[in-house]
Design a protein around this ligand. Structure first.
Ligand SMILES: Cc1cc2nc3c(=O)[nH]c(=O)nc-3n(C[C@H](O)[C@H](O)[C@H](O)COP(=O)(O)OP(=O)(O)OC[C@H]3O[C@@H](n4cnc5c(N)ncnc54)[C@H](O)[C@@H]3O)c2cc1C
Length: 583
């Protein structure tokens, strides 16, 4: 094996986490920082050369190649897991920028009570909580994270409307959010007809709609790092595409420009990290396979994993760091608290055309009236709800073709179906929801005993299924979606009942898989301390949604980045001066 010269900090993964950590450390210290990214470089000019629905949205051009590495899934212990061979319930990214290149740009913060969920639920429900529930407090509060949320929002130039400014409720924003220290860096996008209709209907029903916080710029913006990006052109090529003009915040158009050219920063692409090298409680670097196919050892004083939820967990399992979780005994912490999200969608149809081919991935409106534990009907037996929203995100013509309201035609093919599909093209949208997914003892990640990746390493195996709690959450959000849709004057289609039966890897839900390497208050219940630092290997930091003890409603990236900035800050202010545990 080839052995390279040591670096101060090596980071596995060049997505939002990897490049945010690199940018903080490389610009605020003189330490040498190396990012190893398994995928290719990504450049604006590649995106500007043209976007194509077939390549990007239907054939997943920017995603991990599942023929080289995938994940296996089973519903319960005792079953044999099967490999996910086609893209379905989530879409992991690859290449510089990671999934942050092809994300939608919805940029919510989590509710303050999310960070002390276990305590809150115990206070409220006591012994009536399900016995298999494994929710936990994070060991960090919303107030501690707030400055780092603000840092991430400024870096991206998030557009939105504050609903709670330093404790004052502000008209037009989300009145249920945690206090913000600042108004958003940019105004929200102007609402489309569809979004205005949603807002009006929701208000008539007594709800509190607010503009969805968007990482796609509503106007030209220069961020505190001096990076200027132009406002959105509403071309509609957002979700699953890289932005052609750089209006959507992506790691390559916000963080990479600051890092490029710095002497203490190196980015190596085509480098697949396989193990964290460690000896006697200290990480000594990583080993990876480079573009030439040669295995290389990269010594480092500090190792940071930023390779996304499943890869972070798998790398620790492969490197034999920590005790793998055993659901039968409850022993071990590595792999536990695997969660996804409870996604639902209700199609809505209008007589007038929507011009839905235009838009931006995050141009929309959201309701948080059923988020957290707000307005939950006690007879439904639900502990936590979710957000409800509508998005004018750009409906691509092939993928969204064929939506027809019930009663229009019985046919599902042939000329009658084609006629109806053409009539309703551009008259259809949907109201969607992502509800919280609580952690349970039986849902976890370990290594598959049968299937391997192209290098012969075991794949990550997900043991994951819904419980009746998620099925009830889904019913609740579908009921609200239909109520709002009717108030909008829409014809209501059959809702996507993704959560009605068993967990399905076939249908897209969201790419917000979390857990496996969770942060917490004690090594008994977590792998990381609240700084995302490994409890027993202090020079190993594992950053990203792998650290989330359970899954919140809405999208995770702003919380991922807030946690990353907080980790980087403590490293720079304390850890690099006096290495050791920060807990
Ligand atoms: C289609 C889609 C839409 C989304 N929309 C939203 C949204 O609207 N709002 C929101 O908040 N979130 C959204 N997300 C989620 C968001 O993209 C992620 O939360 C975010 O990208 C996570 O950042 P990360 O750096 O942890 O992981 P990633 O972005 O996945 O980056 C990890 C990087 O690590 C690399 N890597 C992995 N393993 C290795 C290895 N062994 N060696 C070297 N490199 C490795 C990968 O190639 C990748 O580049 C979306 C995701 C998808 C897929």
């Amino acid at each position: 094996m080839q052995r390279l010269k040591p670096v101060d900090v090596v980071i596995a993964g060049g997505g939002w986490v990897g490049l945010a950590m690199a940018k903080e450390i490389a610009t605020r210290t003189s330490l040498s920082v190396l990012v190893l990214e398994r995928g290719p470089a990504r450049r604006l000019k590649d995106y500007a050369a043209g976007m194509d629905e077939v390549d990007y949205a239907l054939r997943f051009k920017m995603m991990q190649n599942l023929a080289e590495e995938t994940t296996t899934h089973r519903h319960s212990i005792g079953q044999t897991a099967a490999p996910i061979r086609q893209y379905g319930s989530f879409n992991p990214g690859t290449g510089v920028g990671g999934a942050g290149e092809h994300w939608g740009g919805l940029a919510y913060r989590y509710l303050p009570d999310q960070f002390r969920l276990a305590t809150m639920l115990r206070e409220k429900h006591g012994t009536r909580l399900p016995a298999d529930l494994l929710v936990q407090d994070w060991g960090v509060t919303y107030d501690e994270l707030e400055p780092y949320y603000w840092q991430a929002e400024q870096m991206m130039g998030i557009g939105g409307k504050a609903g709670n400014l330093r404790g004052q409720i502000v008209e037009g924003g989300n009145p249920f959010e945690g206090p913000r220290s600042h108004e958003f860096p940019n105004p929200p996008h102007k609402p489309t007809w569809l979004v205005s209709r949603f807002n009006q209907a929701a208000r008539e029903l007594g709800y509190h709609p607010f503009p969805t916080p968007a990482a796609t710029l509503s106007q030209t913006y220069r961020n505190p790092d001096g990076v200027t990006r132009s406002g959105c052109a509403y071309c509609g090529y957002c979700l699953r595409y890289g932005c052609m003009i750089g209006a959507k915040a992506q790691p390559t158009n916000t963080l990479l420009p600051v890092l490029t050219g710095r002497k203490n920063f190196t980015l190596r692409t085509g480098c697949n990290v396989r193990r964290i090298a460690h000896r006697e409680g200290t990480a000594t670097g990583v080993t990876y396979i480079g573009e030439s196919g040669v295995e290389i050892e990269q010594p480092a004083h500090v190792v940071i994993l930023g390779s996304w939820t499943l890869n972070n967990c798998r790398l620790l399992l492969l490197s034999k760091i920590g005790e793998p979780y055993d659901p039968a005994t409850g022993k071990g912490t590595l792999g536990r608290n695997l969660t996804h999200q409870v996604g639902t969608a209700t199609p809505i149809f209008f007589e007038r055309p929507l011009n839905a081919f235009m838009g931006a991935g995050a141009l929309g409106a959201t309701l948080a009236d059923f988020d957290g534990d707000r307005n939950l009907d006690p007879s439904m037996g639900i502990l936590r709800g979710g957000q409800i929203r509508v998005t004018s995100g750009g409906e691509a013509p092939i993928g969204s073709f064929g939506r027809i309201p019930p009663g229009e035609t019985e046919a599902s093919w042939g000329s009658a179906w084609k006629k109806a599909a053409l009539k309703w093209w551009d008259h259809a949208s949907s109201i969607t929801s992502e509800a919280e997914h609580l952690a349970y003892r039986q849902n976890y990640i370990d290594l598959d005993p049968t299937y391997t990746d192209k290098f012969g390493d075991p794949l990550a195996r997900l043991t994951l299924d819904w419980t009746d709690h998620e099925r009830r959450q889904a019913e609740m959000t579908i009921q609200v979606q239909a109520k709002v849709g009717k108030a909008m004057g829409a014809r209501i289609g059959n809702p996507a009942r993704r959560v009605a039966g068993r967990y399905s890897t076939v249908e897209y839900q969201s790419s917000h898989v979390s857990g496996g390497v969770v942060a917490g208050t004690s090594p008994e219940n977590s792998v990381l301390n609240p700084w995302m630092q490994h409890w027993s290997i202090p020079n190993l930091w594992v950053v990203g949604a792998s650290g989330f003890p359970q899954n919140s409603s809405g999208n995770p990236t702003m919380t991922i980045l807030a946690m990353a900035y907080r980790s980087a800050d403590v490293m720079i202010k304390r850890y690099f001066k006096r290495p050791g545990s920060m807990a």
